[in-house]
Design a protein around this ligand. Structure first.
Ligand code: GLU
Length: 294
């Protein structure tokens, strides 16, 4: 079976050195084993994502010397696929509309911490959803929706984990292609994650697993910052009966003060580096990747 790798940028800003590293690493790994390299545009956030950023990103990636399969998949064109996956979860009673605003979550968490110690945080540092509306009956849910209240669809984490039953794992491959480690996945650390929003029938987690399966991705190579999210992805893959790719979470490219690069930090944007005269070989050197074979 041919291996399939993907680079999946969100076009909500300019690509920086961290994206260049991830994209080139995927590309090099695909080439080294005769695999395919795909690009996926993760633009479900229709407010923050812009076509200009997408065009700039593709231009930067081509300039780096990368070539990819066409057509590229753009998530905003596949909302129906995500809706179908969401409906499968809903039909099994694993999803509920969660109406608490950020301010309400904060005050609930503060109230509980005042009496009961620290409320759990997810791996990204956000408070777990208190879930007061997890067990509303249908008329109560419908009444709140009819009031025009904002909501997000959340996964009933405990029920989802119970439905899967067995312990969850993923295979993480290191820099030696032949060496894998089995990593225990603990989706419960995330609490009731958001799987869709009122206006958008999906979330990052849901669309990633649907797309990786739809595109036949065999190797997910992405930043270390997304390693904890893999637990949620494995859970959704099991619930939706989707295949599990191999994973590799690579080091992040940090700025001078040791922080992760961000799209607002323009000094390391590829567009800026290109304008200041850098060439693709310089970019490879800057991120510590070997020059490609001729
Ligand atoms: N779109 C995500 C990002 O730009 C990457 C998602 C993934 O590789 O799974 O950080």
């Amino acid at each position: 079976m041919q291996s399939v790798f993907r680079f999946a940028p969100s076009p909500n800003g300019e690509l920086h050195l961290g994206h260049a590293y991830s994209a080139m690493l995927n590309y090099d790994l695909a080439r080294s084993i005769g695999g395919k390299f795909l690009i996926r545009i993760e633009d479900i956030d229709v407010v923050r994502c812009r076509r200009e950023y997408e065009m700039q990103a593709l231009d930067d990636l081509a300039w780096l010397g990368l070539r990819w399969e066409t057509p590229i998949r753009r998530q905003s064109e596949h909302f129906e696929d995500y809706r179908r996956a969401l409906e499968k979860l809903m039909a099994r009673g694993l999803v509920y509309p969660a109406f608490m605003s950020r301010a309400e979550i904060r005050s609930q968490v503060e109230a509980r911490e005042a009496v009961g110690g620290r409320w759990p945080r997810d791996p990204d540092g956000a408070s777990l959803y208190p879930g007061l509306d997890r067990d509303l009956d249908l008329p109560a849910e419908e009444a709140l929706m009819a009031e025009g209240r904002s909501y997000a669809f959340r996964l009933k984490m405990d029920a989802a984990v119970a439905e899967v039953g067995a312990a969850l794992y993923w295979n993480e491959h290191g820099s030696e292609a032949s060496c894998y480690v089995r990593v225990a996945a603990e989706p419960s650390l995330w609490g009731d994650v958001i799987v869709a929003r009122k206006e958008i029938p999906t979330s990052y987690h849901l669309s990633v697993v649907v797309d990786d399966a739809a595109q036949g991705v065999t190797h997910v190579v992405r930043g270390e910052d997304l390693r904890p999210a893999t637990a949620v992805h494995r859970l959704l893959q099991r619930l939706l009966k989707l295949p599990a790719p191999l994973y590799r979470h690579h080091r992040l490219i940090l700025d001078d003060s040791g922080r992760k690069l961000s799209k607002t930090y323009r000094d390391t944007s590829l567009a800026t580096l290109r304008k200041s005269g850098a060439d693709p070989a310089d970019i490879r050197h800057l991120v510590g990747l070997p020059q490609p074979p001729l």
